[in-house]
Design a protein around this ligand. Structure first.
Ligand code: RUB
Length: 325
């Protein structure tokens, strides 16, 4: 249990961040945990796993890809518990963990292929290139926010296909996850323009951004997307400047309980991330995420294709009937 708590802390502290990596790590941690404890019966094993699952879920409340993954494993082990003996449990948990991991990896790969098609193949004309021009006709500019491994997969795929484009990216206060994005993309040879969050409107205009793609932490039954704080601001800028605004996300981030009327939670993080030695009478609020309503989203890029975010519910049920149960 102590080792599980230590690993859970890596997620809570954002050492591991981004919905996909959080989900992959959490299911791995549950699988490791199943190998660590001893139990008197299969029911006892399941009860211990349930406690472990709750510890992991508590780390980041706005992460359905993690919750869905942990539920996927727990539902499967509960269903077959009658056929198992205690020694079988760790192997079964690992098997179900591998299955969910495969779903995540396959969906990300498919999203990268689909999303990359939205970045055009533009051949650079050296004669046209003007030294001081900010935006030329043969220049395609994509903007993103924070660090989304799914958005990065799209951009890296497009680069791999030989497409020329630049990326404008926000630093993402207070934990600066945007630096991860800028490092990764520039390492792959993509030109990156890194800005402070509050320069997002300025940058959209200045660089004549052609396309905005953000990631997602959660998608609700109404097609609202929850993503890093600042996402709605960017959506509003996109709306004001008529820039297409897309969200790239596996359907595994669908939050099924929103269908039943429950509201998705927004994680409030430690105020010290914003200001360590703030005066005592200054109240600090540090929301990790915010909502982007479907009316500001031109399309959701998923493993099932690109469609209106309000259709996520339907495709989730179709693609993942086991999880929708
Ligand atoms: C990260 C964030 C990402 C989504 C999607 O927030 O908002 O855009 O999680 O990530 P945090 P991915 O740093 O608080 O986890 O596309 O990798 O699933």
């Amino acid at each position: 249990m102590e080792s599980l708590k230590k690993k859970a802390e890596e997620i809570k502290s954002l050492k591991i961040q981004g919905a996909t990596d959080v989900a992959l790590s959490a299911i791995q941690f549950l699988s490791d945990y199943a190998r660590e404890f001893t139990c008197s019966s299969v029911v006892d094993c399941i009860n211990k796993l349930q406690i472990g699952k709750e510890i992991l879920e508590d780390t980041r409340p706005t992460e359905p890809a993690m919750q869905n993954g942990l539920n996927f494993i727990m539902n499967k082990i509960r269903k077959c518990q009658g056929e198992l003996c205690v020694e079988d449990v760790p192997g079964r948990i690992e098997k179900y963990k591998d299955q969910y991991e495969q779903l995540i990896n396959d969906s990300k790969k498919r999203i990268a292929e689909i999303g990359a098609r939205r970045i055009p193949m533009i051949k650079k004309d050296a004669n046209k290139e003007k030294e001081n021009s900010l935006h030329q006709d043969d220049d395609f500019v994509v903007m993103t926010h924070c660090h989304s491994s799914v958005v990065n997969a799209i951009l890296l795929k497009a680069k791999e296909q030989g497409k020329n484009f630049r990326v404008v990216n926000t630093e993402t206060q207070p934990k600066l996850q945007g630096r991860k994005t800028s490092r990764k993309l520039s390492k792959a040879g993509i030109e990156v323009i890194h800005i402070v969050d509050s320069a997002m409107r300025w940058a959209v205009k200045k660089y004549q951004v052609d396309l905005i793609i953000i990631g997602a932490d959660s998608i609700t039954s109404e097609g609202t997307v929850l993503n890093k704080i600042g996402s709605r601001l960017l959506a509003l800028v996109a709306h004001e400047e008529h820039v297409p605004f897309y969200v790239a996300s596996p359907l595994l981030k669908y939050q099924p309980i929103t269908t039943l009327g429950f509201l998705e939670k927004i994680e409030m993080r430690n105020p010290s991330e914003v200001w360590k030695e703030a005066p005592k009478n200054v109240k600090i609020k540090n929301p990790a995420f915010e909502t982007v309503s479907r009316r500001y989203i031109d399309g959701l890029i998923t493993e099932a294709g690109i469609f209106a975010s309000s259709h996520a519910h339907m495709y989730y049920q179709k693609f993942y009937p086991d999880l929708a149960e």
